[in-house]
Design a protein around this ligand. Structure first.
Ligand code: PAF
Length: 282
């Protein structure tokens, strides 16, 4: 079967009801489209682990803040469909905003605490938008498993938290970051970078690798690792730090001493483009 593009909630539900009747398992890969190899790795895993796979392809307006890139966010449904088809996904769910947020829409999912740190500091409404759309997608798809990249590590932690708190009956599968050969983490927003900025953007993965090595070599002070990452990034003239943080994984609480698993996360502007990257220790 080739991948079907589905535009309405009702139509997705028709497929899902039939699959459930047939006793088939369902995997969901939530995306905002403009799919790259990072998304492809999630879809491949979903296809390997489930009988049927839904890829949502929806640039979710309510997770963008004022002045962010909602209007310019790249879109290419034709290329996305071809990729999903080549991997074997069953459905691309590509609704209009009015299908997801009809007149009178007034319910949101708000996770406290862990949405107020890291990206939440400068994007205060972002995770409310993410959690609301992701909850809707879980309910529409009735998926057994949903696949999220570790590139958005805070998003992964936040989704796990509301799934636990609200007793959603779904397994959240976190998948590794996919990188270009030169180390740059794959992102739809990399298309905004000029060739010069793309080169400068390597400072993120380079500085994080250096921080990871410090920890592997026995450094226990979160401040020492953070300071080293900051000064490495500051050497790149095109880079402007939004944050560099080392927090507990997956509590996202501050740590002084590195004793358990930690998330080292950075958000850096390269030119006008805000990029994120991270690593998680065992
Ligand atoms: O990670 C993303 O692309 C988005 O935040 C998601 C999970 C698809 C929700 O819109």
């Amino acid at each position: 079967m080739s991948t079907k593009v589905v535009k309405t909630v009702a139509e997705v539900k028709e497929y899902v009801n039939q699959w459930k009747k047939d006793g088939l398992s369902i995997g969901l890969v939530p995306t905002m489209g403009y799919l790259h190899e990072g998304h492809a790795s999630l879809i491949k895993r979903a296809v390997a682990e489930n009988d049927r796979v839904i890829v949502s392809d929806f640039v979710n307006p309510i997770q963008f803040g004022v002045g962010e890139d909602l209007e310019t966010y790249p879109r290419d449904l034709q290329a996305d469909t071809a990729l999903c088809d080549s991997i074997g996904a069953d459905i691309i769910f590509n609704p209009e905003p009015s299908e997801m947020y009809p007149e009178g829409f007034s319910t949101h999912v708000d996770v406290e605490g862990i949405t107020e740190v890291l990206c939440g500091k400068t994007r205060p409404t972002h995770f409310r938008g993410v959690c609301t759309v992701v909850s809707k997608l879980f309910n529409i798809s009735q998926a057994d498993r949903a696949y999220f990249g570790q590139k958005d590590a805070q998003q992964l932690a936040v989704v796990r938290r509301f799934v636990r708190d609200l007793n959603f009956n779904i397994q959240i599968v976190g998948c590794p970051i996919i990188r270009e050969e030169d180390g740059l983490a794959k992102s739809s927003r990399n298309t905004y970078l000029s060739p010069e900025e793309k080169k400068a953007a390597l400072v993120l993965s380079r500085s994080l690798s250096m921080g990871r090595k410090m920890i592997e070599d026995g450094e226990k002070s979160a401040k020492a690792v953070r300071d080293a990452i900051v000064s490495s990034i500051e050497k790149e003239p095109l880079a402007k730090i939004d944050y560099v943080e080392i927090v507990g994984w997956d509590s996202l609480e501050d740590v002084d001493e590195i004793s358990g698993p930690v998330l080292a996360a950075v958000a850096v502007y390269v030119g006008k483009t805000r990029l994120i990257d991270n690593f998680i220790t065992e």
